[in-house]
Design a protein. Sequence first.
Length: 286
Amino acid sequence: MAEIQEIGVIGAGQMGRGIAQVAAQVGIDVRLLDVDEATAENGVEQIAKSLSRLVQKEKLTADERAAILKRIRPSGDYGSLASAGLVVEAATEKIDIKTKIFRMADEAIADGAILATNTSSISITKLAAVSSRPERVVGMHFMNPVPVMKLVELIRALQTDDATYEATRALAVRMGKTVITSKDRPGFIVNRMLIPFLNEACFALQEGIGSPEDIDEGAKLGLNHPLGPLALADLIGLDTCLFIAEVLHSELGEDKYRPAPILRNHVAAGWLGRKTGRGFYDYGAK
Ligand SMILES: NC(=O)c1ccc[n+]([C@@H]2O[C@H](COP(=O)([O-])OP(=O)(O)OC[C@H]3O[C@@H](n4cnc5c(N)ncnc54)[C@H](O)[C@@H]3O)[C@@H](O)[C@H]2O)c1
């Protein structure tokens, strides 16, 4: 497969923006889509701010920032994906949303193009089955924040062919990432370990075992984690954590994966973490 020159990213939230930024930083052209053009444009504005911070820290020149931004074009139209060699879906972690996006992208993209998903937990095999190109579907799971975190977890659907896997691996490496490969199981490798840990911290909070600060300090100083589990859940987004926990619970079918009620309540209240200004901690109004 020829080297990928242009990608599409569907979903201009925190992950989609990060993927778009890092791809553009290594010289790849990016089409960034969301529910409409205005939302995609807002995503590009957020990337512009993130790049400005890198200029302030002298990690990037103003000219480099301008060149990177020029490579990222916002859009609300699937037709704009026609020249992409790979399209990665990074929308909300809901199977009905991802299925709909997969069907639309499958119709819009070139015959040989790869359809990837950044899902944290949903079966890649199921998503591949709704497309007309199941052998060219793959899981490409970036970590948050994408510009900082070194890992990409690649997941082969049952149907994924070797050429798709290799081309996606080469793209991840070109984006400066280290790749691990997981079988297609709920939560793959990283979230199979992480989400039960975060969920257990929610139960500890709910039972009043410790304050949020005590729980997080326990993980930081006692386990040498850079961030405590409640602060990390706020960074990921409590809605995303709950969706992943629900997939683990329903697909693996064991009580130990049941989401903590306190997590459900925070999501019901719209306290989704950093992205809404409030989660287990208060980040000031958004
Ligand atoms: N947050 C994390 O730490 C993290 C890490 C790895 C992977 N992921 C995965 O990445 C994906 C996105 O997560 P996020 O944290 O960026 O969420 P987010 O809430 O920040 O962004 C989701 C984006 O998807 C868009 N969207 C919703 N429906 C859409 C549709 N039909 N078409 C196009 N766009 C649509 C929303 O408008 C929003 O911009 C999820 O699958 C999540 O599981 C998240």
